[in-house]
Design a protein around this ligand. Structure first.
Ligand code: SAH
Length: 362
């Protein structure tokens, strides 16, 4: 077992648990990510070579550029409204938005119609985003919640945002599926427990009865709430969203909760507040959520999406402008973003669109 370090957040969590009892995994994840004093995103610049992980926008400018082209196409299909909200959820270092806006220079009307809104909870990340976007000649607004987005035609992009939102886990134990939680053991260490709460088998995917003991099912009401809020906005004002993340296209069983620290897998209970906690996104479940609200979902892999949006062509034209070294970097980036052994098929793309709008690339 990993030696658990006494992070300040571990102390705070243990004090809370000793007063009010064990907490659910979802609550643990939420506190680790968002605690106002010691939460991961409050204190760490997570992304990049010096951080804990690297994301697609940081791999190559082509990623944000192709998403920019996707947004322009959607805006045109929405009837080119002269005011619309262009929102990014969890914008990290601001790289995706910066590349998207540069690509959008080809359609100045799109840029002048865009009210750019960044949904970000962390002051540290907001600062990084402001620096990255300081040369943008437009007013950019920051808000903390999807709920705070203006009510107007809306185009939303979000890369590796959903995976940080909390998940509940239910573990098959006997004839029940019991909720997983976190408690403190007699050596004063945080540890896994099963809580009294359960989920009914009728709410689980097909085949639950045949799953072995210990099998895990994950749900994320926090993710579903975001999809529901956006769907309501799209229904009323028209709009579309593009979510990119690692996860599965078909709901299934399995424990995908993980901690990442310094580009490696860590014990999620070992250093609360210092590691990034995530889980895979159940895209089928989110797609059903949107369908129920009459918003059309489409799911593809990241590779399918990027190739259909013109990744190879963009790589070719960027390569022509550069020397041999930059050509190698570009072809490595294509490989990293789109090959099956890297991000190409683990990462999925979910688009949501209102009123029969057919998005490109999916
Ligand atoms: N999209 C970026 C960053 C992904 S990391 C990229 O691809 O590089 C997750 C981002 O979501 C960070 O910016 C983090 O601060 C932000 N975040 C985490 N929880 C959030 C929440 N509940 N609401 C809004 N942003 C959040």
């Amino acid at each position: 077992m990993t030696e658990h370090k006494m992070t300040k957040l571990a102390e705070k969590l243990k004090r809370g648990i000793s007063v009010s009892g064990p907490i659910s995994l979802a609550e643990y994840m939420h506190i680790c990510m968002a605690d106002p004093q010691y939460g991961y995103y409050k204190n760490q610049i997570a992304i990049g070579a010096k951080g804990d992980f690297i994301t697609a926008p940081e791999v190559s400018q082509m990623f944000g550029e192709l998403i920019g082209i996707w947004c322009i196409d959607i805006w045109q299909k929405l009837g080119a409204p002269n005011q619309f909200c262009l929102a990014e959820l969890g914008p990290g270092k601001g790289t995706l938005m910066s590349d998207l806006l540069r690509a959008a220079n080809i359609v100045p009307e799109f840029l002048s119609a865009a009210n750019i809104v960044m949904v970000e909870t962390s002051d540290l990340m907001r600062q990084a985003q402001k620096e990255r976007l300081q040369d943008i000649d437009k007013n950019i607004t920051w808000v903390s919640e999807v709920n705070d987005l203006p009510q107007m035609p809306t185009i939303v992009v979000a890369n590796e945002f959903l995976d940080v939102l909390p998940v509940h886990q239910y573990v098959k134990s006997g004839d029940k599926w019991s909720e997983r939680g976190v408690s403190v053991d007699d050596k004063d260490q945080l540890h896994d427990v099963l809580l009294a709460g359960t989920i009914e088998e009728a709410l689980l995917p097909k085949g639950a009865a045949d799953e072995p003991q210990g099998s895990v099912y994950e749900t994320s009401p926090a993710r579903e709430a975001i999809i529901e809020m956006l769907s309501a906005t799209f229904l009323e004002h028209q709009g579309a969203a593009l979510f990119i993340d690692y996860g599965h296209a078909i709901s299934s069983f399995g424990d995908t909760f993980q901690a990442l620290r310094s580009h490696g897998i860590a014990d999620p209970l070992a250093e609360p507040g210092l590691a990034d906690l995530t889980s895979h996104v159940d895209f089928e479940r989110l797609a059903k959520c949107a369908s129920r609200l009459n918003i059309e979902p489409r799911i593809s892999t990241q590779a399918e999406f990027l190739l259909a949006m013109g990744l190879i062509e963009r790589a070719g034209s960027l390569g022509q402008m550069g020397d041999a070294q930059s050509q190698t970097q570009i072809s490595n980036a294509v490989e990293r973003l789109a090959s099956d052994s890297q991000m190409g098929s683990l990462f999925k793309v979910l688009s949501l669109t209102s009123n029969g709008i057919l998005p490109s690339g999916l």
